[in-house]
Ligand binder design. Structure first.
Ligand code: F6P
Length: 537
């Protein structure tokens, strides 16, 4: 193992109690510990990372041969070794030139599929392609995980750019979601997208069947109002969707990295092909930066190193993603899949047990809502939660600029409060000013102390546009890649989701009374019996 891990641990031990605030003493720290790509600014100066820590972290990245591994990914090498696949979601947004995988240039097909999506989207949006009850007013995307979270998150994020049909997303196999979604819709003017890379995912296929039955109740040719997004032409055909309404992609696009291609169809229908291209361009700009900027000025690399510092070296078990942009309300959920499905692993690429802890728990909610919920713990709880603030300087509501000012003030205030805290002396002075004395003053003051010295980063942009969203998503994708490479993880498989799927399949007949609970543990048996009793089955 690299001596840098030990050196970092020693450095951390030596600097743990140092006030982060002291690092700012007249040394231009904010600029020095920030990196820009165009108007996007990532400020990691409110962390305890100093020149020594950063130097050691950068050495870790160099030792892991980040640049060579990055270039291998972009070139189509099969870096997803457990599945024998290349990792080329980046090819979906860098559309020029050629890229040879397994002896064939994959770019012509990517461009053709994108052009087909665009023609289809224009036809739907312009009323050329009609539903059986008239122009399409609503689109229902049925998918889960990577076939849902990206377009669902982006549909909200880019709603100011939305001028197409209304978008709805159904992911959960819980019948409540599809029931409530379809309840308000007219089958004759609804387009259903079945989005599933494999076209086998039980939740998606169950919801797709239910949607088809709903459509068939009032529409003579339900299949005509279905389209599919998948890597499996066979299975989409078996479902009855004609090839001209199937948008395919290759297996080297991982589910949680797939919103740049056909999985983004719902988004394209909502915001239009031009805005969708702007989103791709934002991602491509981040790719170019990631490929060309030196490591010490490379935003994804630095975001990853800050993450590793907090999780691996400081031992903080989670990180909060806190967008001060209500339209990024689903970003934390999106990043949970991106980061935790990618780097929540227990063995390294070569199958050996990891000697370090793997990916942190990622969670969050938009500000200011979170401030009135869980920030209490972030400020005064005993566990330190590194916070990643994400902030738009301007909103899309010019008449409500005063709202935006308050929003921004709150975001900046939170990172300032985390940094500074409030000392016992300050709290005592507050209580004295409020008229308290003696033991009661002491007791009350202690409750009002904020330890401070809690790390945060801020990613700030002028306004949330398709380009900016593309930059942010690609930034986090590459952050996951860099962290994974340094930890020796394969960030592109997800074997950890399989066991639960297998057991659920086996439990289905048990719940239906077609099989017994033999071999099940006592708790599972009790719960099955409870469900059967409650359902009278
Ligand atoms: O359950 C995990 C997973 O395989 C994700 O990685 C994926 O995004 C999701 O399920 C949906 O898969 P599919 O697109 O094949 O339906």
């Amino acid at each position: 193992m690299s001596h840098n891990w030990n050196a970092l641990a020693q450095h951390r031990a030596a600097t743990e109690t140092r006030p982060i605030l002291s690092l700012f003493d007249g040394n231009g720290r904010a600029a020095e510990y920030s990196v820009r790509l165009g108007n996007l600014l990532f400020d990691y100066s409110k962390t305890n990372i100093d020149a020594t820590a950063r130097g050691l972290l950068l050495e870790l990245a160099q030792e892991a041969e980040i640049e060579a591994r990055r270039d291998a990914m972009f070139a189509g090498a099969k870096i997803n070794e457990t599945e024998g696949r290349a990792v080329l979601h980046t090819a979906l947004r860098n559309l020029d030139g050629a890229l040879v995988v397994d002896g064939a240039d994959v770019m012509p097909e990517i461009r053709t599929t994108l052009a087909r999506m665009e023609a289809f989207a224009e036809d739907v949006r312009n009323g050329v392609l009609l539903g059986q009850g008239g122009p399409i007013t609503d689109v229902v995307n049925i998918g889960i995980g990577g076939s849902d979270l990206g377009p669902a998150m982006a549909a909200i994020a880019l709603s100011p750019f939305s001028d197409g049909p209304r978008l709805h997303f159904v992911s959960n196999v819980d019948g409540a979601q599809i029931t409530e979604t379809l309840a308000g819709l007219n089958p004759g003017t609804t387009l259903v997208i079945v989005a599933s890379k494999t076209f086998t995912t039980i939740e998606t296929m169950t919801n797709a069947e239910t949607a088809r039955r709903w459509m068939a109740e009032t529409v003579s040719d339900p299949a005509a109002q279905f389209c599919a997004v998948s890597t499996s032409a066979e299975r989409t055909a078996a479902f009855g969707i004609p090839p001209e309404r199937v948008f395919g992609f290759a297996d080297w696009v991982g589910g949680r990295y797939s919103m740049w291609g056909p999985v983004g169809l719902a988004l394209m229908l909502g915001i239009g092909p031009t805005n969708f291209r702007r989103f791709l361009a934002g991602g491509a700009a981040m790719d170019t930066h990631f490929r060309e900027a030196p490591l010490n000025a490379n935003m994804p690399v630095l975001l990853a190193l800050v993450g590793l510092w907090h999780h691996q070296i400081c031992g903080h078990g989670s990180r909060a993603v806190l967008p001060y942009d209500q339209r990024l309300s689903r970003l934390p959920a999106y990043l949970q899949q991106l980061e935790m499905e990618s780097n929540g692993k227990r063995v390294s690429m070569d199958g050996q047990d990891l000697t370090r802890v793997s990916g942190p728990v990622v969670w969050g909610e938009p500000g200011t809502n979170g401030q009135h919920a869980f920030y209490q713990l972030i400020h005064q709880g005993t566990a330190v939660v590194p916070c990643e603030f994400i902030l738009g300087a301007r909103g899309h509501e010019p008449d409500l600029a005063h709202h935006q000012t308050l929003l921004v003030a709150n975001c900046l205030a939170q990172s300032e409060a985390l940094l500074r805290g409030r000392t016992l002396e300050e709290a005592r002075a507050m209580m004295a000013a409020a008229g308290l004395q003696g033991a009661e003053l002491d007791r009350q003051a202690r409750h009002r102390v904020f330890p401070g010295n809690r790390p945060s980063t801020t990613l700030i942009y002028p306004q949330l546009t398709p380009e900016v969203l593309g930059q942010i998503i690609a930034l986090y994708e590459h952050r996951v890649f860099v962290e994974g490479v340094i930890l020796g993880i394969n960030s592109f498989d997800q074997w950890g989701v399989e066991l639960g799927k297998e057991l659920a399949n086996a439990l289905q007949p048990v719940l239906e009374g077609h099989a017994t609970t033999e071999g099940k543990d006592g708790s599972t048996t009790q719960l099955v019996e409870y469900v059967r009793g409650a359902r009278g089955s």
